[in-house]
Design a protein around this ligand. Structure first.
Ligand code: HPA
Length: 285
């Protein structure tokens, strides 16, 4: 019987598969959540790799999550900035192992990405947040209680214990704010709480999350942040507020409405990230 491949081997095999396809080495990686897939339209010379061609990358079954990796570049201030975008992600609630969910992120970092921009659609818990608002993540609450670093330790992937004090990179956050100011886009600073899903929260849970200090709630991102920090990359988190969280208003939540709103309001986020890329590249230089 074949022994299952280690996480390290699966990450490296994914990295090698990508390295064979393109000589470009991306410096910034993106995970594009609901509504944000259109950011790939900003890429020049795009090279598309469907997740189906990457043996170890889990695919999402959720409508609105494309499931492709796009490599390309945008103009920077001193030459092209090579980036890689994961358009669509699989989620914990689809039954995947949490470490498996981080393979694509780790492969991009192994390929050369020094920063990961992790985006998501989220419910607004802060009473001032409205659908369409944007929030840069300053910190998170991992209420999924699953950690992608748990399990046997493999030093090749990173240290056993990692610091999370500065998980969300301050200088890069400052650059994102600078980009937002330039576009006159309102950008909140806030705390993202990750819950297991897939049911949305009850109103009582939303009150609990607010008491815990959460400003927005979603079902993704935190394990990617942990893995990216573990692998040595800097992290930026951006939440697109697609709805007010349950119970803040009387309306019921439906996935169709949440994704439709995310699609409708995603243009500003896309423009913001397009402007941010050259600025982030300068920060990383
Ligand atoms: N709750 C959890 N996840 C979400 C929400 C929400 O209200 N909106 C988008 N993702």
């Amino acid at each position: 019987m074949n022994t299952p491949l280690s996480l390290y081997d699966r990450v490296m095999s994914t990295r090698d598969a990508l390295a064979q396809r393109t000589p470009a080495r991306p410096v910034i990686g993106f995970v594009l959540g609901s509504g944000l897939g259109r950011l790939v339209g900003a890429l020049k010379d795009p090279q598309v790799v469907p997740y189906a061609e990457l043996e170890h990358v889990p695919r999402s079954t959720v409508p609105g999550h494309a499931g492709k990796l796009v490599l390309g570049h945008v103009d920077g201030r001193s030459g092209p900035v090579h980036v890689a975008m994961l358009s669509g992600r699989a989620h914990l609630y689809e039954g995947h192992d949490v470490a498996e969910l981080t393979i694509a992120v780790r492969a991009l970092i192994a390929l050369g990405c020094r920063a990961m921009v992790l985006t998501n659609a989220a419910g607004g818990i802060h009473t001032e947040y409205r659908p369409g608002d944007l929030m840069v993540i300053t910190d998170h609450l991992n209420l999924q209680w699953k950690n992608p670093l748990s399990g046997p330790h493999d030093e090749r992937l990173g240290a056993r214990f990692i610091d999370m004090t500065h998980a969300y990179d301050r200088p890069l956050r400052a650059r994102l704010h600078e980009a937002a100011r330039g576009l006159k886009v309102r950008l909140h600073d806030g705390i993202y709480a990750a819950v297991p899903g897939p049911s949305y929260e009850t109103p009582a849970e939303v009150r609990m999350l607010r008491t815990l200090g959460a400003d927005a709630v979603g079902m993704s991102t935190v394990h990617e942040t942990i893995a990216a920090r573990h692998a040595g990359a800097r992290v930026v988190g951006l939440s697109l507020i697609s709805n007010v969280a349950a119970g803040i208003e009387d309306a019921a939540l439906s996935h169709e409405e949440v994704t439709a709103t995310a699609d409708r309001v995603a243009q500003e986020a896309t423009t913001l990230l397009e402007r941010f890329i050259p600025m982030a590249a300068e920060e990383l230089a």
